[in-house]
Design a protein around this ligand. Structure first.
Ligand code: HEM
Length: 77
């Protein structure tokens, strides 16, 4: 959000924090954007189930069960 305050530094820390913070974080975040862009460009992605996805707060926020997705190649109708 353009006008929003930056979140507190330790509100979100998937890569840990402090002296042992993940050294691969910039690489992982770059790779995430590139892989997501390549997938969305090549496929239309649909949820392959009808029940809602329930979030569960563990160390990270996760879906209760892994939700199945259907990847439909773009240009196939
Ligand atoms: C989404 C991907 C990744 C996640 C969520 C992740 C998460 C983490 C976390 C939570 C730690 C522990 C930090 C702590 O103890 O405070 C860690 C450490 C580390 N990660 Fe990652 N990581 C990811 C990708 C990578 C990649 C791609 C590399 C290397 C190219 C990498 C290399 C390392 C190394 C070397 C450490 C140990 C750092 C140390 O102990 O000094 N990680 N990572």
């Amino acid at each position: 959000m353009p006008d929003a305050l930056a979140p507190p530094r330790f509100a979100y820390m998937p890569f840990g924090a402090g002296p042992r913070v993940c050294v691969g974080a910039p690489f992982a975040l770059t790779e995430l954007v590139l892989v997501t862009a390549a997938l969305v460009r090549a496929f239309r992605i649909e949820l392959a189930q009808h029940r809602p996805i329930a979030p569960v707060g563990l160390v990270t926020l996760q879906p209760e069960t892994p939700p199945p997705f259907r990847l439909i190649p773009r240009g196939s109708g």
